[in-house]
Design a protein around this ligand. Sequence first.
Ligand SMILES: *[C@@H]1O[C@H](CO)[C@@H](O)[C@H](O)[C@H]1NC(C)=O
Ligand SMILES: *[C@@H]1O[C@H](CO)[C@@H](O)[C@H](O)[C@H]1NC(C)=O
Ligand SMILES: *[C@@H]1O[C@H](CO)[C@@H](O)[C@H](O)[C@H]1NC(C)=O
Length: 446
Amino acid sequence: MKVALSEHHGDRTVPQQQGAGVNFRRAAVLAPAVVLLAAIPLWLLFASSPVQPQDYPPARLMEDKDSGPEDTRAGAAPVVREKKCDVFRGKWVYRPDAPTYYTNETCHAISDQQNCMKFGRPDMEFLKWRWEPDGCELPRFDAAEFAEMARGKSIAFVGDSLGRNHMQSLLCLLSSVDQPEDISLRYTTDYNFKRWYFPKHNLTLATFWAPFLVRTTDAQGGQTLDRVLTLHLDEPHPSWSAEIGDFDHIIVSVGQWFFRPLIYYRNGQLLGCSECGRDNVTKVSRFQAYRAALRTTLTAITGRKNREGGNTFLRTFSPAHFEHGDWTDGGSCMRTRPFGSDEKKLEGYDLEFYLAQVEEFLEAERRAREEGTKIRLLDTTRAMLLRPDGHPNRQCNWPKSNVGRADCVHWCLPGPIDTWNELLLYVMKSDRRVKFTQRKLQNVRS
Ligand SMILES: *[C@@H]1O[C@H](CO)[C@@H](O)[C@H](O)[C@H]1NC(C)=O
Ligand SMILES: *[C@@H]1O[C@H](CO)[C@@H](O)[C@H](O)[C@H]1NC(C)=O
Ligand SMILES: *[C@@H]1O[C@H](CO)[C@@H](O)[C@H](O)[C@H]1NC(C)=O
């Protein structure tokens, strides 16, 4: 598929990495989110693509709350098919009376970057919208239920700072039933690798910083803004791959960092580069490289020996909402209410990343089924595309280098990102219902 997009983008996260054997800082370079899509009719994007975002995830993965689970395996007893619900499709509905889950006073784990309350976001209206799937209901996050389900388990978030953002939301949501202890220092002093322990539930949450997922080396020393990085597309980054076997649930997500100049290697051989400024190196699409990195990662994770009840989740791309400019030239996100579901289309880079993820997910799911492991899609893209009002914008405390810039990439806490955990709980529960019924069927037969 040929799309004349601007290839210029940077990274948006605040970088510093120390992973097994790797120790390097990343310049706090941030992202011009320039999307030059105006000239491309949307139907063209879709027409040339084998998948339609509307169709995903496949309905059979999304068991409705009240529906009987369906076992499609050969030999399974017939189970009545009931209405299925795709919780990832819906709209934001104004619910001014819905209580917020936590505040900057009740959750102590909110980092200044996402602490919109503390830094004086003038309106709190953005907290009053709930995600309502079409034709069914997404239950509110039940912290006690989640903690009980996850008792004795460990959950790893592998990816970039949006993964950390997600983890912090879960941390805050669960704080109402169990006060987490920061146990990171037992493992590392690196801010990008955090671990929290919930003592009453013997539950651990961890973040693994790997914005490219695969092993990364410096192609060119120094910390210039457009420093070129080398990605080894067939090697999982040791910062996470060495330890991931100890975790029950793994939530993978990346994207934003793939906008910078990159050089790619596979099998130790130079494959090509994106925007690396070297004429003698083959040009490779960053989306193609992104897919390769995703495939390497998902293969490594779903191929590991699954723990009983363990699961892998691929969380889809989280769109940014810069307007009137981009990250570097004064862009911001001033809106104070969500888009209606027809007001905003998934397009440009967001669409490219999303499609890459969905297709790699389907491929990973096929492989996982063969190996008897599991992977699920947390398809949060649609919901978040509609929330230009949920970012810190200028109400956050950036590290010095970024002062004055707006953050339209990460999400306020509390905020719409809490919905990711409502969805996570929903998917975990529907998996469990399927399993429960499978066991019941077996008992009936034996
Ligand atoms: C929470 O936000 C309020 C403003 O809404 C601020 O006055 C207070 O200092 C913040 N507290 C913490 C602990 O961040
Ligand atoms: C906590 O959970 C781990 C598994 O994650 C288990 O090995 C350990 O025995 C549990 N500890 C307690 C005190 O229950
Ligand atoms: C490309 O050119 C640079 C010099 O500009 C050289 O150092 C490098 O080895 C060349 N790479 C290839 C693959 O030919």
